[in-house]
Design a binder for this molecule. Structure first.
Ligand code: NAD
Length: 484
């Protein structure tokens, strides 16, 4: 396969928070990879803007070290790294003060594409938007990129939307959810809407249920203070899992265009049924022999925040009425894996008799690790001994199919940033989508608060609390194994 890299137009990208963790670990190494693949024009510039008192050379040194640590590209030689670093400028800016803004205004070139990446705390979004406006930096086509969390409930999300809307049109706002930038997620749309094969079966008549699992092996790490105020529901379900659910469940959009796709996703969120408390299991890792456990990690011996959640929901529309969607995510689990599994119903009648057993087709869409898809089909077990049936996977692992070209597939952040420069909002959340997701999430969280719900403990390295398994068993189903 020959990879096709389409260069983008010349741009100035300003990264507010350019010295922060996200910028150094993801954004800048990602931009460097795009530069190496020839997608970024030589004249494009990246301007770091943060509080640290640095000059451009100081920031370049920082970025050089981050590229060495976090970029997987090894084809680029030192000369290319130097060429990339020469695209970088730095201005020390205070979002809440006047320091640095005049210099930034001078640096940003006129009449090209501008993108402003708000890689800072959401509490600074309003200040940044106000000051960009005040100092006339950018134009009516400038784009702003905002990170999660987008609010912590419906009220705060509405406030944040209103803050941004003061100076920016919705067409300029790119709310990032890096799950949408993953190759498999887009491939999911290609598989669903590019093949005749799946669409006729993609409904409650043929699909028994759908499972979405995002399992992590890491704990809350250094983010304990932030995480303890949000928990798995706010940190993962309201955004990442919800977006995956939308893509798997939405109706075919009339065209692969931003608003067409986002309109369909919004309809899915609005059709989600409220979740019965009996169909939610919250968990927290520990107390266990393996230290530290969750409460030690967050420094609160009485914390009631969940680091695991499993729930069952339904979508009230013609396509999905009666098909349960099971969502599950957690920290410090057995393996790191993200996957969507579509479990089809059994064949209506087995002509092979009871001894052949029951077999259902399963489509597994793996987001990480080893992005790809597997379709489980039933065949005859080869050899003599009568008609015994066997489930075998039709495997489409990207790494195997694409060979060396896999190295050229941009990671989620790279792809999404290039989409911002191109002005393509398809893979970004619209304001009404985010609000609808909170409108579904809020009553669930309020219910826990009202009932003083305490999460169930689970062992580090397990698959979560026993109750999550029981929730499935009661429905006569099983979770897919959590494995890499
Ligand atoms: P960080 O604390 O590492 O960096 C914050 C950055 O903001 C620094 O560059 C700092 O100089 C700058 N800053 C702080 N106050 C400022 C001010 N008054 N004026 C100008 N600049 C100021 O944070 P981070 O982990 O890089 O996260 C940035 C954003 O990305 C947050 O909204 C976070 O929720 C989101 N996010 C981060 C990650 C991650 O993996 N780090 C993942 C998802 C989302």
């Amino acid at each position: 396969m020959v990879s096709r890299v389409i260069p983008v137009d010349d741009f100035d990208l300003v990264i507010f928070g350019g010295t922060g963790d996200l910028a150094q670990r993801k954004i800048l190494p990602g931009l460097y990879r795009r530069f190496c693949s020839g997608q970024m024009p030589e004249s494009a510039r990246i301007i770091g803007a943060a509080r640290a008192d640095l000059d451009s050379n100081g920031w370049r040194d920082m970025v050089r070290a981050s590229i060495a640590e976090f970029s997987s590209v090894n084809r680029c030689d030192d000369a290319r790294i130097d060429a990339f670093l020469m695209r970088l400028e730095y201005v020390s800016v205070d979002a809440r003060g006047e320091n640095g803004w005049k210099e930034l205004a001078r640096l940003v070139r006129k009449d090209i594409v501008h993108a402003f990446y708000f890689s800072v705390s959401p509490s600074l979004f309003g200040d940044l938007a106000d000051r960009l406006y005040l100092h006339k930096i950018g134009n009516s086509d400038s784009r702003i990129v905002v990170e999660k969390p987008f609010g912590r409930d419906l009220k705060s999300a509405k406030e944040l939307n209103a803050t941004l809307a003061k100076h920016f049109d919705e067409t300029q706002i790119y709310r990032i959810d890096h799950y949408l930038g993953k190759e498999t997620v887009q491939n999911l749309m290609a598989v669903r809407f590019g093949n005749i094969l799946f669409e006729p079966l993609w409904n409650s008549q043929y699909v028994d249920h759908i499972q979405i699992t995002v399992a992590e092996t890491v704990g809350v790490g250094g983010r304990g203070e932030y995480y303890d105020k949000s928990g798995a529901m706010r940190d993962m379900v309201q955004n990442h899992l919800m977006q995956l659910l939308c893509l798997i469940a939405m109706e075919p959009p009339s065209r692969f265009e931003p608003d067409e796709v986002r309109d369909e996703k919004l309809k899915v969120i609005r059709a989600l049924e409220p979740v019965d408390p009996h169909h939610i299991v919250r968990g927290q890792y520990g107390p266990t022999d393996e230290k530290p456990d969750y409460r030690e990690d967050v420094g609160d011996a009485r914390s009631r925040t969940e680091s695991f959640i499993a729930l069952r929901t339904h979508i009230s529309n013609w396509r999905w009425a009666g098909t349960p969607f099971y969502l599950r995510t957690g920290k410090k689990l057995k393996a790191r894996t993200s996957e969507i599994v579509v479990v089809f119903k059994d064949a209506p009648h087995s002509i092979f008799g009871p001894e052949a057993g029951t077999h259902s087709n399963i489509l597994r869409i793996r987001l990480q690790p080893n992005e790809g898809m597997t379709l489980g089909v039933t065949i005859k077990e080869p050899g003599p001994g009568g008609m015994r049936l066997l489930d075998v996977p039709l495997d489409m692992s990207f790494a195997e199919t694409l060979g060396d070209d896999i190295a050229d597939i941009p990671d989620a952040y790279e792809r999404l940033i290039m989409d911002v420069i191109r002005g393509n909002q398809t893979l970004f959340m619209r304001g009404d989508e985010v609000e609808a997701a909170w409108a579904w999430t809020d009553p669930i969280i309020e219910g826990w608060e009202r009932r003083h719900d305490v999460p169930k403990p689970y062992d580090v390295g397990s698959t979560g609390p026993e109750d999550a398994l029981m929730m499935m068993h009661r429905d006569g189903r099983r979770w897919r194994e959590i494995k890499e």
